[in-house]
Design a protein around this ligand. Structure first.
Ligand SMILES: [Zn+2]
Ligand SMILES: [Zn+2]
Length: 104
């Protein structure tokens, strides 16, 4: 669900490399669940400082491991949208965080 301006970054070799190295370092586990003593495989390397159109070309933010956090889907949803449980299968968030119906 990358935003259009972030697409080329998420497809870049540097990102793939930084991402896979980081996942190895955290043993492939969601860091927030691990902190609660739960072993949950992560799915997404989240940027603690969220990527924006203004910092997407700044490697100190986009490729900096200090800014990475490996999360499972649930923790990632909570980080970006609050409680994950409010969203239904046929609904999604648009870029502004509004709930909209999924288009198929
Ligand atoms: Zn988690
Ligand atoms: Zn994120």
């Amino acid at each position: 669900m990358a935003k259009p301006w972030a697409k080329s970054f998420y497809h870049s070799k540097q990102w793939y490399k930084a991402r896979s190295q980081y996942i190895k370092e955290v043993d492939g586990l969601c860091e927030r669940c691990l902190a609660k003593g739960e072993y949950v495989p992560g799915v997404i390397v989240h940027h603690k400082i969220h990527l924006t159109i203004l910092n997407i070309n700044d490697p100190d933010i986009t490729l900096n491991k200090d800014n990475f956090e490996y999360l499972c889907q649930t923790c990632h949803n909570e980080e970006h949208h609050g409680q994950a449980s409010v969203i239904r299968n046929d609904l999604m968030f648009d870029d502004k965080g509004n709930v909209i119906k999924k288009e198929n």
